[in-house]
Ligand binder design. Structure first.
Ligand SMILES: Nc1ncnc2c1ncn2[C@@H]1O[C@H](COP(=O)(O)OP(=O)(O)O)[C@@H](O)[C@H]1O
Ligand SMILES: [Mg+2]
Length: 260
């Protein structure tokens, strides 16, 4: 599978216009404890950008700085050249088409697959006919038909992820933030989700920002990777570049890391 992915990567890597820029972002929840320290990064349109870092490094916080759920203490968030730092969540969602697929939850446990899609669809898509069409498109694309009447709490880990990803696409986002979508799953499910992520990039023309605390599964889907450790970006580049980067080895991979 990795050879298919690599061939695909080469055609996509050309476009380098920044869609999202984080400029000099600092964040602390408690005084004198910086989670993010003067951090800057650019995300190009149409790319799959990975954010790797140990547990507690600040990856989810950084995603929520982009959605607007967390306000940074300093710094700006620019999208398409427009400073959105002061914009509330709903404007970021509506105008800039940002969608988050959260690390935990993201669905109503007591609702069926179909009712989860309906519940969020009713908020995002006014017209009943287009809403139902979109829901059916997602059920088919994510192969959820067999479980459409099953309550989300009874779904396997992989199906739960497929449901949350499908829900995050209801509003036709342009930017999809995926917080550890590959964590705590079996190898086959991880491979299936990796294929889904790559298809999302090509079929929906999405810009995808995706985190993981574990490198091996994430690196195969990314065009570019940032390594977040000790409150800073310690390395950035293509997966091959960061794997050779001394700072990345020192602060994140460790000297025994080998990419299969
Ligand atoms: N709302 C909050 N209040 C206080 N501390 C928080 C809050 N959210 C996250 N933290 C702390 O910030 C650090 C980074 O958290 P997080 O962004 O969830 O890291 P990651 O996603 O990389 O595991 C952790 O030490 C966490 O305990
Ligand atoms: Mg997290």
């Amino acid at each position: 599978m990795s050879s298919v992915i690599k061939k695909f990567r080469i055609t996509k890597i050309k476009n380098s216009k920044p869609l999202i820029s984080l400029n000099k972002i600092s964040l602390s929840f408690k005084k004198n404890h910086l989670i993010l320290d003067n951090l800057s990064l650019n995300i190009s349109k149409g790319q799959v950008i990975g954010l790797l870092g140990p547990n507690g490094a600040g990856k989810s916080s950084l995603m929520n700085i982009i959605t607007g759920a967390i306000k940074p203490n300093f710094g700006n968030i620019i999208i398409n050249g427009e400073d959105i730092t002061q914009y509330p969540i709903y404007i970021r969602t509506k105008k800039f088409r940002i969608s988050l697929c959260p690390q935990i939850g993201g669905f109503f446990a007591d609702l069926s697959t179909e009712d989860n899609l309906k519940a969020v669809g009713e908020i995002l898509i006014k017209d009943t006919k287009s809403r139902n069409l979109k829901i059916e498109e997602l059920i088919s694309k994510f192969e959820l038909d067999a479980v459409r009447k099953v309550e989300a709490k009874f779904l396997s880990g992989g199906l739960k992820r497929r449901l949350t990803i499908s829900m995050s696409l209801l509003g036709d986002p342009e930017i999809l933030l995926m917080d550890e979508p590959l964590a705590a799953l079996d190898p086959q499910t991880i491979q299936m989700l990796q294929n889904i992520i790559i298809k999302l990039q090509s079929e929906y023309n999405l810009t995808i920002f995706i985190t993981d605390h574990q490198a091996r599964d994430l690196l195969v889907v990314c065009d570019k990777v940032f390594i977040l450790a000790n409150s800073k970006i310690v390395a950035e580049g293509t997966p091959n570049e960061v794997m050779k980067n001394e700072n990345a080895t020192k602060h994140y991979f460790g000297s025994n890391f080998k990419f299969k």
